[in-house]
Structure formats: structure tokens, C-alpha cells
Design a protein around this ligand. Structure first.
Ligand code: NAP
Length: 245
């Protein structure tokens, strides 16, 4: 097996799901990673295979290296070696800093940062061997800017940008590009906990006057993954409707 194979972590719902659908339409065979929502991941596989795309759903907690390694082996067996990794899986929540427990801090870092590290290290051997490949991480505007009551999340997303920029320098001589998308407020399950009033307020604070759609982040990821972005590496593409000044 050969050709374009994308692994998207956290692809059962939200942004990852839209990324997987977009890449599948562009001719990638897609590995759809999920953590708990097998139903949603299976539904997406059914939808994509009915449209003639190649897709498999694979359960793994990205925080656990052995599960990520097993997931990548399965993608390689069923679809071929991964040529594009979209490290998207993430967790978020709000808490005052004095209420942040060790468990919460460690879990956010385990998923948002170590999850990316595990996935990247698992797909790298093939990319290094081929002297080509593409990695796109999904950070956040809160990885570029501070966020009250989201210190932990913001730290993980800042770190993810550091990982992206440094890894891009390290892997460029090996022909592997590493970039990041930093979404603003996107209408997914993740932000529903904020409540409608806060979401309306965030839409008002967004110069384009609305929340973003997962498909709009998928378009940014698809661009960074494309040959059109062949000379772009180590960059953070903000897609936030103008939210950040
Ligand atoms: P979402 O709707 O909450 O979906 C999260 C996805 O991540 C789900 O597919 C979930 O899988 C998966 N996931 C969670 N923990 C996981 C784990 N330990 N291992 C593997 N998969 C895991 O979130 P979203 O809004 O699409 O966010 C996707 C990414 O964009 C995240 O990194 C987030 O930080 C970032 N982001 C989002 C926004 C926004 O406003 N929505 C803004 C900036 C950045 P299951 O469904 O199977 O549990």
C-alpha cells in the first residue's frame, strides 16, 4: 500500500472530524482516532466509505504511548504508512488557578502535549526513512495569548507551539514540514460548557461577528498539508475571525 495516508487524532467529533472528512475528500486514506465516542467515529467511517473513501476508526488514549504505538501500527497495516499526522486531540476546561489540582494539570499535559509527542514519535520513523512527511498540530489562540481561568490549557497550547516551531527546525533537513493551526472560538462540543450567553459574547468579541466552524479549521489544516504550502514550516496559522489583535 502507498499513497496519501493521514492520521487525525481526536477525529470522532468537532474539528478533528471535519479535518478527517476534508482530507478524505482530498484523496487521503484516513485513520480516525477516537477516545470514548466509538459511535461517532464509526458513523464517520460509514459516511466516508459510502462516499468511496478509505477510512478506519481506531481507539486510543493519546496520553498513553503504548496505545498510540498500537494505533499507528494498525493504520500502517490497514491503510499504509502515515504521510500526514494531524495532532488534534485535546481537552479543555475552566478553573481558577488556585483550584487546579495535580491530576488536572497532569491530565491536560498528558493529552494536549504528550499526546502530540507520542503520535509524532510513532509516525516519524517512516517519515525519516522516506525523507518526506507533514505534521500539523492544533493549538489555540490561548497558545499565543493568556487566558484567565484557563492557565493549564493555555500552558499546554503554548508548549505545543514551542514543540511545533522547534521540531520544524529539527526536521526540515529531513524533508518533513511541521506547522500549527491556532483556532479561535469554534462551534464544537468543547465550547458548549461555556453556555449560550458566553458564546454570544465571544461571537460579539470576534471581529467577524460569529464563532468559527470546524470546516474552516479543516481548510487551514488542509492548506498547510498541501503542496501549496511546500515552503512553509514552523508556522502558526491563526484562524480566529480576527479575535487576536
Ligand atoms: P471536542 O469537540 O471536545 O472534540 C475533542 C476530540 O478529541 C474528540 O474526538 C475526542 O474523542 C478527542 N479526545 C479527547 N481526549 C482524547 C484522548 N485522550 N485521546 C484521544 N482522543 C481524545 O474538541 P474540538 O473543539 O474539536 O477541539 C479539537 C482541538 O482543537 C483541541 O486540541 C482543542 O484544544 C483545539 N481547539 C478548539 C477550539 C474550540 O473553540 N473548539 C479552539 C482552539 C483550539 P472522543 O469523542 O472519542 O472522546
Amino acid at each position: 500500500m502507498s499513497g496519501k495516508v493521514a492520521l487525525i487524532t481526536g477525529a470522532s467529533r468537532g474539528i478533528g472530524r471535519a479535518v478527517a472528512a476534508r482530507l478524505a475528500r482530498e484523496g487521503y486514506a484516513v485513520g480516525i482516532n477516537y477516545h470514548e465516542r466509538k459511535d461517532k467515529a464509526d458513523e464517520l467511517v460509514t459516511e466516508l466509505t459510502a462516499a468511496g473513501c478509505r477510512a478506519v476508526a481506531i481507539q486510543a488514549d493519546v496520553a498513553v504511548r503504548a496505545e498510540v504505538d498500537a494505533m499507528v501500527r494498525r493504520v500502517e497495516d490497514e491503510l499504509g504508512a502515515v504521510t500526514l499526522l494531524v495532532s488534534n486531540a485535546g481537552v479543555a476546561g475552566q478553573a481558577l488557578f488556585q483550584d487546579v489540582t495535580d491530576e488536572l494539570w497532569e491530565r491536560y499535559f498528558a493529552v494536549n502535549l504528550n499526546g502530540a509527542r507520542h503520535a509524532i514519535q510513532a509516525v516519524l520513523p517512516h517519515m525519516l526513512h522516506e525523507h518526506s512527511g507533514c505534521i500539523v498540530t492544533v493549538s489555540s489562540i490561548w497558545g499565543l495569548h493568556g487566558a484567565s481561568c484557563e492557565v493549564t490549557y493555555s500552558c499546554t497550547k503554548h508548549a505545543l507551539i514551542g514543540l511545533t516551531r522547534s521540531l520544524a527546525m529539527e526536521l526540515a533537513p529531513s524533508g518533513i514540514r511541521v506547522n500549527c493551526v491556532a483556532p479561535g472560538v469554534i462551534d464544537t462540543d468543547m465550547v458548549q460548557v461555556l453556555g449560550q450567553e458566553t458564546l454570544d459574547d465571544l461571537a460579539r468579541q470576534t471581529p467577524l461577528g460569529r464563532l468559527g466552524r470546524p470546516e474552516e479549521i479543516a481548510a487551514a489544516v488542509a492548506f498547510l498539508a498541501s503542496d501549496e504550502a511546500g515552503f512553509i514550516t514552523g508556522q502558526v496559522l491563526t484562524a480566529d475571525g480576527g479575535f487576536l489583535p
